[in-house]
Design a protein. Structure first.
Length: 82
């Protein structure tokens, strides 16, 4: 995570946005009234997908059960239906 103040962010907005997009860096911009977080759309979408999946009890259980499944009992990726 990169931290900067609003004045520096304004001066270098293109560089900060580019850094967020290319390197998935999260930019914390501090102001007198609070902070803002800048992140890439890809990073944001990943967070939203994780929250969505975690909110479904069945999916959450499947993930937790799958985590404890020995690798020898898992299907090869070529046999997984997406």
């Amino acid at each position: 995570m990169t931290n900067t103040n609003i004045t520096n962010f304004r001066k270098n907005v293109f560089d900060y946005i580019n850094q967020a997009i290319e390197y998935n860096d999260v930019i914390n911009v501090s102001t007198k009234t609070g902070n803002a977080v800048i992140m890439s759309e890809e990073e944001y979408n990943g967070i939203m997908e994780t929250l969505y999946l975690s909110s479904d009890p069945r999916v959450k259980n499947d993930i937790l059960n799958g985590k404890d499944t020995p690798l020898s009992e898992c299907l090869p990726s070529s046999e997984v239906e997406w």
